[in-house]
Design a protein around this ligand. Structure first.
Ligand SMILES: [Zn+2]
Length: 86
């Protein structure tokens, strides 16, 4: 029954590589129940988590644009920028 109550997703900022070389800080939404990354954005907000079915509400989420931080320069061939919470 608890799934029937819509909950606000967890909003996080993550840094990741776009196109393999652009460092982008982006806003992601996580399901508050299972921490699955919800595919949501300014133009699309699912009303439930596609993994656990938790109902979601995006009422007071402020959407921020992706922020480009620069270009990736790899000092070592195997160096990678991984998803991380900022
Ligand atoms: Zn979920």
């Amino acid at each position: 029954m608890i799934k029937r109550i819509a909950r606000k997703p967890i909003v996080e900022k993550r840094v990741f590589l776009k196109f393999g070389f652009v460092i982008v800080k982006s806003q992601v939404c996580l399901c508050p129940k299972c921490y699955h990354t919800v595919n949501a954005g300014p133009n699309y907000q699912p009303d439930h988590c596609d993994k656990c079915g938790q109902r979601l509400k995006f009422d007071d989420i402020e959407w921020e644009k992706d922020e480009e931080l620069g270009f990736a320069v790899r000092r070592r061939p195997n160096e990678q920028i991984e998803d991380r919470v900022v």
